[in-house]
Design a protein around this ligand. Structure first.
Ligand code: XIL
Length: 351
């Protein structure tokens, strides 16, 4: 385990299960090490997002808590959930996921403080001056990050700030405050929780291109100005029909070379339905390639799948006719992708 990751996990009270993993770790019920255990052998995490409605599914929770050593709340920490009315904060859902993570010795990626989606109505429908919105943003970040201070491994401070062509996305924050809102958000988050790793996070930045270049230039300039930024999260919402992002490893490395952590934060690999053996084999190969790309870059601290089972994937609701994106099927049975990830982790761990 890297000292930085170990220190952060220790601060979050999560270090024992990961750092103290013995070489002869107990096998899981399939007679094999779990993805989380194999990732820990490489000083990394392998995580799954989860969502509060899923907490009534005990079979689902059994796998979540045993197979993965990190989790992300899929929705519980978004603005609409944490500050549903102005100045009225609600951490019930976030706490439910965090408590589960702590009981199962999983590290916790907190997602997300600033995003243009899933904002509460009062914010979407309000009209605010720059001074008012800056105060609202500062209060939101400060209150939420302080509440979880010392309990989370990382925060996705700003999510999806750029367009595909590398220009700033026209959000309420950019429109009203200008591009400086990103540095402000990072500084406020750092003041509220000095030990949390602070990330910028986005999709379609896996390959080298205009959008990932925009992040590269932004984080370089943020670092030059000593703005607290620890990492970049590559969401990894991939689709078989668009081809594999061949420059992923090279891209992760150029960010790591700036002195940042990198992570694959929301991995899923969708396909047009129905799935068939050929598509599932390609999907498995892509999961292995993403895993190996992360393992090849020392500062790549881990991979998170955007939930682990097709039973709870967000894909079918958003991408019409697509799905089957995750390593477990709708009946919680491992797919070829599961074995491919496990083998990739195992070859790198050398065990
Ligand atoms: C998704 C959730 O999984 C869904 O349940 C919700 O309806 C919409 O948001 N990028 C992100 C995530 O950063 O927060 C999104 O999560 C998926 C895309």
């Amino acid at each position: 385990m890297s000292h930085r990751l170990a220190a952060a996990l220790a601060a979050a009270g999560l270090v024992t299960a990961i750092a103290a993993t013995p070489a002869s770790a107990a096998p899981d019920r399939h007679g094999d090490k779990t993805l989380g255990r194999l990732a820990a052998d490489t000083h990394r995490y392998f995580g799954s997002a989860t969502d509060n409605p899923e907490f009534s599914d005990t079979a689902y929770l059994g796998i979540l808590g045993s197979e993965f050593n990190s989790t992300t709340a899929g929705n519980a920490l978004k603005w609409y959930a944490t500050e549903p009315q102005q100045g009225v904060f609600d951490f019930t859902q976030g706490d439910q996921v965090l408590d589960f993570a702590r009981r199962h010795h999983m590290s916790f990626r907190a997602h997300t403080l600033v995003w243009h989606n899933q904002l509460p109505d009062w914010l979407n429908n309000g009209t605010f001056t720059a001074d008012q919105l800056r105060a609202i943003l500062k209060k939101h970040i400060t209150t939420v990050a302080r509440y979880y201070k010392g309990k989370v491994y990382s925060w996705d401070v700003v999510n999806e700030a750029f367009n595909e062509d590398g220009t700033y996305r026209d959000t309420i924050f950019y429109r009203t405050l200008g591009p400086g809102y990103i540095a402000d958000a990072l500084r406020w988050a750092h003041q509220a929780d000095p030990h949390a790793k602070l990330y910028l996070n986005d999709y379609n930045i896996e390959a080298i291109g205009p959008k990932s270049d925009a992040y590269y230039n932004l984080v370089k300039s943020l670092k030059a100005q000593h703005v607290p930024i620890d990492g970049v999260g590559f969401q990894g919402h991939l689709a078989l029909q668009y081809g594999y992002p061949e420059t992923l490893q090279q891209n992760l490395r150029r960010f790591a070379d700036l002195g940042l952590d990198v992570a694959v934060t929301e991995l899923d690999i969708r396909m047009y339905l129905p799935a068939d053996a050929t598509k599932l084999a390609t999907q498995a190969d892509w999961y292995a390639r993403v895993t190996k790309a992360c393992l090849a870059v020392r500062r790549c601290v881990g991979i998170t799948v955007w939930d682990y089972t097709d039973k709870y994937s967000w894909i079918p609701a958003v991408f019409q006719g697509e799905g089957a994106a995750l390593p477990y099927d709708e009946n919680l049975q491992p797919k070829p992708a599961y074995a491919a990830i496990r083998d990739a982790l195992r070859s790198a761990g050398g065990r």
